[in-house]
Write a protein that binds this ligand. Structure first.
Ligand SMILES: Cc1cc2nc3c(=O)[nH]c(=O)nc-3n(C[C@H](O)[C@H](O)[C@H](O)COP(=O)(O)O)c2cc1C
Length: 251
């Protein structure tokens, strides 16, 4: 078994999986490791939905914009912010829950994301490959319908899981000095930005990306194509409605 440093430093997202299954014992081991993660007040206000059924994966696929990993990976995990279970416990024990607000959604979403990341590391340590799907928060309403999530439960991220059938190049990272601030935040000058993004912009794959998308800069690929303002506003509105419907915006 590889050392944890090797696992963390050598990982990459896997989007192509072999048809080999992931058995229940292995999945349970990984989930048990994930659920050792710290959570707010040890309330564990999250749930994980396992999707193995081909028909269910096909139902989910359009709401992940038909990204092929959903149907090709043997397992899809949907991580949900979930005060439903905790609220029910409170009510049965003569305790009045006060978790119908945005702060509580953030609490539960943070728990769910921390669990998701530990599950991913546990899976990668076992040689499995993972891919997060950010489409979950875009299409939360539809995913709620497919997975039959009750009030209090909001999907916050999805991870596809399976045995890798590819070994992609690792993608770049900004240098650590771009990310780290000692003691207080040191804001970035234009020169800092030039320096920190230089390597990313000069990479062949980045330049190819700019060319393919008929843009002048890499940043424009993000602002005009991949993460456009109009889309952000549209999906933002939908997500806020989901939070209202699921009972997190009462006051
Ligand atoms: C919250 C989140 C959402 C993501 N959504 C997607 C997605 O919808 N489709 C996809 O192919 N990759 C997705 N990714 C994977 C990222 O593209 C990937 O982590 C990033 O490019 C860095 O690559 P690496 O993980 O191989 O280092 C997502 C990652 C995160 C953390």
């Amino acid at each position: 078994m590889a050392d944890i440093s090797d696992i963390l430093l050598n990982r990459r997202t896997i989007r192509k999986y072999s048809s080999e299954t992931v058995d229940d014992k292995l999945l349970n081991d990984i989930l048990s490791m994930g659920c050792r993660t710290s959570t707010t007040g040890n309330m564990q206000v999250y749930s994980i939905i396992i999707t193995r059924d081909e028909a269910k994966k096909k139902e989910l696929a359009p709401f992940h914009f038909n990204q092929k990993m959903i149907t090709e990976a043997p397992i899809t995990l949907t991580f949900c912010a979930d005060f439903n279970r905790f609220n029910k416990w409170c009510k049965l024990r003569d305790a009045e829950p006060g978790y119908d607000n945005f702060l509580s959604f953030m609490t539960a979403a943070i728990d769910a994301l921390l669990i998701a990341q530990t599950v991913c590391i546990a899976a990668e340590a076992k040689g499995l490959g993972i891919c997060y799907l950010g489409t979950t928060t875009y299409m939360a309403q539809k995913i709620i319908e497919v997975l039959k999530l009750p009030k209090g439960v909001v999907p916050v991220t999805t991870v596809t899981l399976g045995w890798p059938d590819e070994f992609p190049e690792q993608v770049d990272r900004l240098p650590l000095s771009a990310i780290i601030h000692n003691e207080v935040y040191k804001d970035y000058s234009d020169e800092d930005i030039e320096m920190f993004y230089k390597e990313k912009e000069q990479r062949k794959d980045s330049q190819q990306f700019v060319k393919e998308n008929n843009k002048n800069t890499l940043a424009q690929v993000f602002t005009d194509i991949r993460y456009k303002k109009a889309d952000n506003l549209y999906f933002s509105k939908m997500l806020l409605q989901v939070l209202k419907d699921q009972g997190y915006m009462e006051y």
